[in-house]
Ligand binder design. Structure first.
Ligand SMILES: NC(=O)c1ccc[n+]([C@@H]2O[C@H](COP(=O)([O-])OP(=O)(O)OC[C@H]3O[C@@H](n4cnc5c(N)ncnc54)[C@H](OP(=O)(O)O)[C@@H]3O)[C@@H](O)[C@H]2O)c1
Length: 250
């Protein structure tokens, strides 16, 4: 397959050693809430710069204010709908202006709609596919060229067990998550030669703790478990390829 890239001639990607997270920059889509927020927090504690986005300006502003208390120089956020190519380009350009580069992209923005396949409305179909699939594609499209120039990078796609199994009342969600995994696998084939890792994380149901006081249901995966897994993946030897991480409550 042909590659149309601007890789610096004669340079080859680093295959040895571990990836140093401190001072590197990550984008976490949907980083203002839920799982994305937990991943953002974990990456900040590792010394990374983190740029977050989401459609709601309020939740991004609140999260940035919260993280700024401990990490004022490391956090950046702005509202951006990942299904809108212009907004994605502007967001990524602003992140590069702020932090110079994007080393890690975590495609976390996503949601589902519950309905039987034949009762799913066209607008629900478009909404879910546009965020979960097109949003992942648009973010990759904006970020991958600079990762290629840098001959390194990590892309973590937050898929789901719905990317591997069919669930009733979740047809469009399953379709979107299967598509995310397929997109990631194809992309991995295209960017491996540039030292870029593409991972897919496939958690089962995650407990959504609305407030820190909510009791933890140990039968469910927690946001922090996913955040730990994200960091684990980023810290593996560069020569190692890990993919399709399944996670369940135990
Ligand atoms: N919760 C689970 O049980 C579970 C299990 C497996 C996988 N997952 C996956 O994990 C990811 C995070 O889920 P979560 O449980 O943390 O859900 P959540 O709390 O609802 O967070 C979803 C995030 O995505 C953002 N988002 C949604 N549409 C967007 C768009 N078009 N552009 C930009 N941002 C958008 C939301 O922000 P705005 O609303 O402000 O845009 C929010 O920050 C999702 O991809 C989900 O499919 C979740």
């Amino acid at each position: 397959m042909q590659n149309n890239t601007t890789q610096v001639e004669g340079q080859t990607p680093q295959r040895e050693g571990h990836y140093e997270l401190a001072k590197k920059t990550a984008i976490v889509t949907g980083g203002g809430k839920g799982l994305g927020k937990a991943i953002t927090k974990m990456l900040l504690t590792k010394g990374m710069n983190v740029a977050i986005c989401g459609r709601s300006q309020d939740s991004i502003t609140t999260a940035v204010q919260e993280f700024s208390v401990l990490y004022p120089q490391q956090i950046y956020g702005e509202s951006c709908d990942v299904s809108n190519s212009q907004q994605v380009q502007t967001f990524v350009a602003n992140v590069v202006t702020k932090f110079n580069h994007v080393h890690v992209l975590i495609n976390n923005s996503g949601f589902g709609k519950q309905s039987l396949v034949w009762q799913t409305t066209e607008s629900d179909w478009d909404e879910v596919m546009n965020t979960n699939v097109k949003g992942t594609y648009l973010m990759c499209k904006s970020v991958v060229p600079q990762m290629i120039k840098n001959l390194e990078g990590y892309i973590l796609n937050i898929a789901s067990q719905a990317a591997l199994n069919g669930y009733a009342n979740a047809g469009v969600y399953c379709a979107s998550k299967f598509a995310m995994v397929g997109l990631g696998k194809a992309l991995q084939e295209e960017v491996r030669e540039f030292g870029i890792h593409v991972h897919s994380l496939n958690p089962a149901l995650i407990q959504s703790q609305k407030t820190p006081a909510d009791a933890i249901d140990s039968g469910l995966v927690q946001n922090e478990d996913l955040a730990h897994m994200a960091v684990y993946l980023l810290q593996q030897p560069r020569r190692l390829k890990i993919d399709n991480i399944g996670m369940w409550g135990f």
